[in-house]
Design a protein around this ligand. Structure first.
Ligand code: PLP
Length: 361
């Protein structure tokens, strides 16, 4: 492959940072194409986690001895880094979770408890991952609310005309992916949020597939909630976060009970810790947070310009080469697209929106 961009960023020096790629698969150097499901880990992330367990492990926020204070500082450094990474206004707005799925469940449960009632509508889109469907269905069943779905057009973009009709005063929250995990579509999330806010509707953005690929600024987007998963951005599994505007998080009731989230417990009454700890029950994933810090460092050291240029080049190269195969049909040809190629070879599958469908994925 002739490539100025790939040569200029010395692709092999990046590859070498991923020890898992240094092996053969079916007699050939291993190439990994399933990063949207879970990315591989650079040596800096693996070493940071290993060093944490070798030298610093202890519980956080509760020990008055040196080791616990160091572990607490390492854990809280991940919050500082995450705040800066997303440009949140405050560290109180960064809640650590097990991943994007848990972060969405947290909002669906806690926001839902407080703000959703019978007859309300919850607006999703037809390109959501099931992690951004099922928690809302559970909420809708619990409260007698209704799920409404923004259709997807044939090129893999959202039907924005339909969106205008679906946004109405009955909608109490909209939950939408920033980048589709199957079609690669990058949704015009900022303008969609503006439209929703004009009607007073808060928006949760599923950023699991966006944050490894583009700079996200939650204040610029004006997202009310934004979720991500560390393992899709070179970090460890079992780690993710919820960004939430402080005004919402303050009003929302706790999700899980026990551990970090308590202030004072008696059998008669428990008072809850302040943000962000109110939503972080139990001993947190300390090593996961250390890994997340290292993953953010890895991304920032590579730089967004390089990441985006290489991705764009690989996407157009891959699409061009695949298109040369007879019977190749791509799914998801949005003008703004991330590095995912969904396709079929052989009989094309008809992709049309049916109002009865809840999801394409
Ligand atoms: N949202 C999107 C768009 C995803 O692609 C995924 C995982 O594939 C998730 C949410 C769920 O992420 P996790 O399983 O890490 O919680």
């Amino acid at each position: 492959m002739e490539s100025k961009v790939l040569d200029s960023v010395a692709v092999n020096t990046i590859r070498e940072q991923f020890p898992i790629l240094n092996q053969e698969m079916n007699g050939k150097p291993m190439i990994f194409l399933d990063s949207a499901a879970s990315s591989q880990k650079p040596v800096s992330v693996v070493n940071a986690i290993s060093e944490y367990y070798d030298k610093y492990h202890s519980n956080v926020h509760r020990g008055v001895y040196k080791l616990s204070q160091v572990a607490t500082d390492m854990f809280e450094l991940a919050r500082k880094k995450s705040k800066a990474f997303l440009n949140a206004a405050s560290e109180k707005e960064i809640i650590f979770t097990r991943g994007a799925t848990e972060a969405i469940n947290l909002v669906a449960y806690s926001f839902g408890e407080k703000f959703i009632k019978e007859g309300d509508e919850i607006l999703l889109s037809g390109m959501e991952h099931h992690s951004n469907i099922v928690p809302w269905q559970l909420l809708a069943e619990r409260k007698g609310a209704q799920i409404k779905v923004i259709p997807v057009l044939e090129d893999g973009t959202l039907d924005l005309e339909q969106l205008d009709e679906l946004l109405n005063p009955k909608v109490k929250i909209m939950a939408l992916t920033h980048v589709s995990n199957t079609l690669g579509t990058v949704n015009p999330i900022k303008s969609i949020i503006q439209k929703a806010h004009k009607q007073g509707i808060p928006v949760l953005v599923d950023g699991a597939q966006a944050v490894p690929h583009r700079k996200v600024d939650v204040q610029d987007l004006d997202a009310d909630f934004y979720v991500l998963s560390a393992h899709k951005m070179y970090g460890p599994t079992g780690m993710g976060l919820l960004y939430g505007k402080e005004k919402w998080l303050e009003e929302m009731p706790p999700y899980h009970g026990g551990g970090e989230m308590i202030e004072r417990v008696t059998f008669e009454k428990t008072t809850f810790n302040e943000l962000p700890f109110k939503f972080e029950a139990g001993t947190p994933n300390i090593a996961g947070a250390v890994g997340l810090t290292a993953a953010i460092d890895f991304i920032e050291n590579l730089g967004w310009e390089t990441i985006m240029k290489v991705e764009e080049e690989l996407l157009s190269y891959g699409t061009e080469r695949l298109s040369a195969i007879e019977g190749f049909t791509p799914y998801g040809i949005a003008p703004e697209k991330s590095g995912v190629i969904s396709f079929n070879i052989g009989q094309p599958i008809l992709m049309m929106w049916e109002p009865s469908w809840t999801s394409l994925v």
